[in-house]
Design a protein around this ligand. Sequence first.
Ligand SMILES: Cc1cc2nc3c(=O)[nH]c(=O)nc-3n(C[C@H](O)[C@H](O)[C@H](O)COP(=O)(O)O)c2cc1C
Length: 209
Amino acid sequence: MAPKIYIVIYSLYGHITAVAREIEAGLKEGGCDVVICRAPELLSAEILEKMHAPPADESIPLCTVADLAGADGIIFGLSTRFGMATAQLKSLWDSTGGMWQAGALVGKPAGVFVSTATQQGGQETAAVTWISQLTHHGMIFVPMGYTTPLLFGMDEIRGGSPYGAGTYAGADGSRMPSQLEKDIAQHQGKYFAGVATALRDGEAHRYFK
Ligand SMILES: Cc1cc2nc3c(=O)[nH]c(=O)nc-3n(C[C@H](O)[C@H](O)[C@H](O)COP(=O)(O)O)c2cc1C
């Protein structure tokens, strides 16, 4: 059976969703079943209106903790707030105490990808600060490393790092993922698929049970 990978996102303006679609394509190419789900909104309608937020993408289901327990791996889409992940994603994760107690995610792989407005806006700090969330669950952080030469180029602006794929939304949010960023995201998905398959088949988490 194909490993089942969840891509867990919160995306206010669609940048993380766009990168998630590329990671999904890479995961599928690597032989995985993929579910993209989104963390529930926490902001009031009034605040969302002030932020000029478009309506939530209802084509993507809300994440449920019960579903996540059945994942063979999870990749988190971190839309950056002050250099860290969004409260929406953190709140979802704060609902996983029962899974933590049961060790439901022990030994399972986890990856991250990010979106920031600017180049120094915290792509790496968002990734690094999310690692503690994974660590406490006993998940295995799977960085992309420099597994693709696409990360070495210096001739155009691009998001992403050895931690995971990324995109720059621009200060006004008008920049959508470039082809290079999409290619890197697809690569991450395919690379993660290989690691997830190896870990699932090796059943690393069985030592906890
Ligand atoms: C309250 C708030 C804080 C933000 N903090 C940062 C930040 O620290 N660095 C940055 O580059 N962008 C920051 N942004 C911009 C978002 O990261 C950007 O809108 C997001 O990456 C776009 O992705 P999305 O369309 O998937 O939501 C912030 C946006 C908001 C609303």
